[in-house]
Design a protein around this ligand. Sequence first.
Ligand SMILES: [Mg+2]
Length: 230
Amino acid sequence: MNIKHIFFDLDRTLWDFESNSLQTLTELFNQFNLSNLGMNSAENFIRKYKIHNERLWDLYREDKISKEELRGKRFYLTLKEYGIEDESLSEKIGLEYVRISPLKKRLFPYTLDVLNYLNKKYEMHIITNGFEEVQHVKLSQSGLSSFFKHIITSEKVGVKKPNIKIFEYALNKAKAQKDESILIGDDLIADIFGAKNAGIQQIYFNPNKIIHDENIEFEINCLSQLKELL
Ligand SMILES: [Mg+2]
């Protein structure tokens, strides 16, 4: 491989979305006294939230709802399961969620070690489907900003991964050739098939060792393995 540019996904690839989100939701459960509203446990609340959040994220990814709708509605539908129909409270929790969660700093094991190693050899960039105002905060709070030359968010480009346009935009912005670029991401559709379709090589980060029957050239379950590949 004659690689010069590495494009990283952010959420669930470097930034440990699940841990950071869990921490945020637990704090919100306490902050908004949700147990007083009849919710027996934070775990239960979070389990229900995750189902709604995932479903709404799918709709957001398909441009069927806006990010403003996604923000409040995932909490509205969760509260509704407990018999609480409160748009104003849902909106408040939704706003707090997007304010607090990007301040969390949990990264996947070896993130900083590997980025320090790669930084000496490659130009690195981020391509993310996350929100513009949120992703920059995450990067700076978790000490990642300085590693990346260009931060490309779907919100800024106007299309989300796996749309080929976001990859073309990123290549153009980084002044990178596709055959000297590689993308590392955790999402088979958005990252791996997206990059493949754009002619960019890919490394599938699969920390939970999800079983699949796709034919993937490079697959890792720990970021430290990047040192052997790159
Ligand atoms: Mg991801």
